[in-house]
Design a protein around this ligand. Structure first.
Ligand code: MG
Length: 297
């Protein structure tokens, strides 16, 4: 089980308060020092739609490169992919949304069109030696259409796998999923592909950690999380964010997974960025402390 740190991307992108490029780089350096080795650092989307990500090029130019750390950028279309390639990302995360209304609002494309553009994008990224994750957005539910049929999600998973993705992520974009939904979707995906699965979970309705543990028990390979649990949701203005890296890491370590993060450095990174954002983080481990208390790496 691997944690993908998405704080610099999903954690920041819905926050109104602008964070400078040097502050983002300080934050990413802290995350690397804490032991995170897969970091979704940026998204290559329109600056007028997501101003917080406008400096993606600047961020990627300054991140501490190492053979042990893999940096991902989120892309919605071929233009975004071009920028990601020019920045030398290690991985791209290409989003296909499982709801028609959400897809058209989010990326101005029908689901069918976004699947049509997926093939050449995957081919191009792989040709450049970049690992490709295909994220199925709104897999657990849509803010406009409500329930999203399992067959539609699984159909997209199957197609993305056939087109050569390296990993498939199921995203609970609006934080409505429960463990029953995790089981339904993960088993559905596992029935059509052997590719490693990744889950993107939010703790919007306090089901995030139960969902994460269910995913762990089902053999999901990676979970997205953000240090401190930062990250807003545009469809639930008062909601908390992603599941928190340190809280997830505690639960997994207690389950026997060697996550290997330094939790004090993880919470320091969370505190740094929360102070810059002028928010309070929802994560709990930094308040309660590790158990047993004397644990050191
Ligand atoms: Mg998200």
């Amino acid at each position: 089980m691997k944690i993908v740190e998405v704080g610099p991307r999903d954690g920041l992108q819905n926050e109104k308060k602008p964070i400078s490029t040097p502050d983002k780089l300080h934050y990413i350096n802290q995350l690397v020092a804490a032991g995170l080795t897969r970091i979704e650092a940026v998204s290559f989307v329109r600056a007028d739609r997501v101003p917080q990500m406008a400096d993606a090029e600047g961020v990627m130019a300054g991140v501490p490169r190492s053979e042990f750390v893999s940096y991902s950028g989120l892309v919605m279309n071929d233009r975004g992919l071009t920028r990601a390639i020019e920045c030398g990302v290690d991985e791209v995360n290409i989003v296909v949304v499982a709801s028609e209304t959400f897809s058209q609002r989010n990326q101005n494309m029908t689901i069918a069109d976004s699947l049509t553009t997926l093939a050449p994008m995957i081919e191009r990224a792989r040709h450049e030696g970049i690992e490709v994750t295909v994220t199925v957005g709104a897999s657990f539910g849509c803010p406009f259409e409500g329930e999203v049929p399992t067959e539609r999600v699984v159909g997209i998973v199957e197609q993305a796998a056939l087109l050569g993705a390296n990993e498939i992520a199921l995203a609970d974009t609006i934080g409505v999923g429960t463990p029953v939904d995790v089981r339904r979707l993960v088993l559905g995906a596992q029935a059509v592909t052997d590719l490693p699965l990744r889950l993107h979970l939010h703790n919007t309705r306090n089901t995030g950690y139960a969902n994460a543990f269910t995913a762990f028990e089902l053999g999901v390979a990676a979970l997205d999380a953000s240090a401190g649990g930062i990250g807003g949701c545009p469809f639930a203005p008062n909601a908390t964010g992603n599941i928190a890296t340190e809280d997830l890491s505690y639960m997994l370590e207690r389950a026997g997974v060697a996550v290997g993060l330094d939790f004090e450095l993880t919470t320091e990174a969370a505190e740094f960025i929360a102070e810059k954002l002028e928010i309070k983080t929802p994560a709990l481990l930094g308040r309660a402390g590790w158990f047993p208390a004397a644990r050191h790496e």
